[in-house]
Design a protein around this ligand. Structure first.
Ligand code: MTE
Length: 375
């Protein structure tokens, strides 16, 4: 793909000329040559090619143009239906413009064929979904490698069956969900945008169930204020967990009301296939209004807690990655702007939307909060 070709050129350029610079901005990288990966290169690209233009003092505003003015009618109508669905119906299915009915399928332990059908699907804004190949071969999954284009290969034989998720902490009914129990929570399709903090994005047709469906079964106590998620920890099978630069396992967290929002989703499938290992099989979180790193993969434990959990990225770089991590074009990453993004498969950069375009549904969760401080 042309964009990848162009990208590799940048990568080669940066790795040849900016190593001293890396030593300043990312000390672990300077000590570990093999960490010169696309993840880091995306950051470098961002810091050099589009230097931060906004400070953390800027205010977040929702777009002023009504979507009815800029969107073709049929897409606009689909969007209205989407907003209604996401706002009102806790268990409603996502309405994709070209949605295809989904079937219940068993999660599989190995990667599906790369020949999965790319039946045209699009999100409620009319953005066409990325291809199956793009979604499954450009991944961040540091437990395997920091090289996005190698994750699929390294994860191909990662067995995800049997599997269980333990859910506990401040709940009335602690429960263990095996794969059958997860299947019983349902399988609906949602085509949502994923915006990585590195300023690239994709549109992905997930399948799964709303997180609140699982949480309701365990009945959170009134003292529960946050949800802490934990990915699998198994250094023998996950070579990246031998890296000393991160505090494993991968931890993430949500405020309880964020977790109960109907847009917070547990994905078990992709493009009508079981979720492949590189995308977080057998089950991963999808919180589409937040940066991609909140969407932790291969979840094994969920706890209801009183305090905001410290995530892997908050522990690694507290000044760069906050707890909320809401997509916000007005608040730069300390080393690059978040105003625009590179949609995988496109040449021209796109403007980044507040809350990744889900502001109408989620902005009220943050009323009265200073989103510059709570980044
Ligand atoms: N979850 C785990 N366990 N480990 C990771 O390295 N990377 C995160 C997130 N979830 C990550 C993770 C980041 S930075 C992003 S952008 C998304 O996964 C990428 O999801 P994708 O590979 O399915 O596109």
């Amino acid at each position: 793909m042309l964009t990848r070709g162009v990208w590799r050129d940048h990568t080669a350029f940066f790795s040849g000329s900016l190593i001293p610079f890396l030593a300043v901005v990312h000390p672990p990288v300077s000590r570990l040559g093999e960490q010169l990966t696309p993840f880091v290169m995306d950051r470098l690209y961002n810091s050099v090619v589009q230097p931060p233009s906004m400070s953390k003092g800027a205010k977040m505003t929702l777009p002023k143009i009504a979507s009815s003015q800029i969107t073709p009618k049929h897409i606009y109508q689909t969007r209205r239906r989407f907003l209604k669905t996401a706002g009102l119906a806790a268990s409603a299915a996502f309405l994709a413009a070209c949605g295809v009915p989904t079937q219940t399928q068993s999660p599989r332990p190995t990667a599906p064929s790369t020949a999965a059908p790319d039946i045209a699907r699009s999100d409620e804004l009319g953005n066409q979904a990325n291809s199956y190949q793009e979604i499954t071969h450009y991944n961040n999954f540091y437990e395997f490698t920091t090289d996005k284009e190698k994750v699929a290969e390294l994860a191909a034989s990662f067995a995800t069956e049997p599997w269980k998720i333990e859910v506990g902490g401040l709940v009335e009914n602690p429960m263990t969900f095996d794969l059958d129990a997860l299947r019983r929570l349902g399988r609906e399709e949602r085509v949502t945008r994923l915006r990585c903090v590195e300023a690239w994005s994709m549109v992905i047709p997930w399948e799964g169930f709303p997180l609140n469906r699982l949480l309701k079964q365990v009945a959170p106590l009134s003292s529960a204020k946050f949800v802490r998620f934990q990915s699998i920890y198994d250094p023998d099978r996950l070579p990246g967990q031998k890296s000393p630069w991160y505090e494993w396992p991968y931890i993430e967290g949500l405020r309880l009301d964020e977790a109960m929002h109907d847009l917070s989703f547990m994905a078990t499938g992709l493009y009508g296939e079981a979720l492949p290992p590189q995308n977080g099989a057998p089950v991963r979180l999808v919180v589409p209004w937040k940066y991609g790193f909140k969407n932790l993969k291969s979840i094994v434990r969920i706890d209801l807690v009183t305090e905001a959990p410290t995530s892997l990225w908050m522990a690694a770089a507290p000044k760069e990655y906050g707890f909320y991590a809401n997509v916000n074009p007005e608040v730069s990453h300390p080393r690059w702007s978040q105003r625009s993004e590179r949609r995988i498969g496109e040449l021209k950069r796109r403007q980044t939307l507040p809350f990744n375009g889900y502001g109408e549904q989620v902005a009220s969760l943050y009323q009265g909060m200073d989103l510059q401080k709570n980044f």
